[in-house]
Design a protein around this ligand. Structure first.
Ligand SMILES: [Zn+2]
Length: 234
């Protein structure tokens, strides 16, 4: 049975990462939808359309190389009011990458995102596969809010079906939950059915939805950024 909620031992192993949003953004209980691995034309526009239908803002952890390939789609995400975060340039696995190479990946991703956006962006980072070494984490957390998740939708798993996933996922929604979806070709068949159903379930139970830039604002403000951080490699 796959984990839908991140187990406590994993949260304890990486206490400096955000598994849930610990701050109160509004009086209402709030959910934070996140989408990893885009932007790609086969999935991201459909996600934008659904979010727009419900007037919901979310967060997209982008792969730098996809931003390079699809710059106007990346700008569309921003123009719609969503938040973007860093997911490395080539979607690399932390455990198999040296510290220097990993930081370079993060830096390249930030560079292409900020060049394409034409502005500095919030320092949000999610390690691909959730895999990051303690050394990599120590280096990054000074400059980034490192965001994991409370609820993994498993939308990327072709052995599973949206109908089977929904009853597992719905009861897990709670105030501050960070949910992971993927705006990728692989996840699309499940994601596109799960997303509206999870939104409906959340709305029915009185949740509001917000971006991680809103939810993690106190953490982002507290980050140690060099004075001219827009132009620094880290
Ligand atoms: Zn990923």
């Amino acid at each position: 049975m796959p984990f839908f909620r991140t187990p406590a031992f994993l949260r304890r192993a990486f206490p400096s990462c955000y598994w849930q949003v610990p701050y109160k953004h509004t009086q209402r209980p709030t959910l934070y939808l996140t989408f990893d691995d885009g932007p790609v034309p086969e999935a991201t526009p459909q996600v934008l359309r659904i979010l727009d239908q419900y007037n919901i803002r979310a967060s997209f952890f982008c792969v730098g190389d996809n931003v390079r390939k699809h710059p106007s789609l990346f700008r569309e995400v921003l123009q719609a009011g969503h938040t973007v975060g860093n997911h490395t340039f080539h979607h690399v696995k932390g455990w198999h990458t040296s510290l220097t190479a990993y930081l370079k990946e993060v830096s390249l991703c930030r560079q292409i995102m900020e060049e394409t956006a034409g502005t500095a962006l919030p320092r949000l980072f999610r390690p691909p596969y959730g895999r990051i070494s303690p050394k990599q984490l120590r280096a990054l957390r000074q400059h980034y809010a490192v965001v994991m998740w409370d609820i993994l939708t498993h939308d990327y798993d072709p052995r599973l079906q949206a109908d089977g996933l929904l009853p597992q996922l719905k009861p897990l929604l709670r105030d501050g939950s960070i949910l992971v979806f993927h705006d990728s070709i692989k996840a699309y068949p499940r994601m596109i059915r799960l997303l509206p159903a999870i939104i409906e379930a959340g709305l029915e139970r009185g949740f509001s939805f917000a971006t991680l830039e809103e939810g993690l604002a106190p953490a982002l403000t507290a980050l140690a950024l060099p004075a001219a951080y827009r132009y620094e490699p880290m």
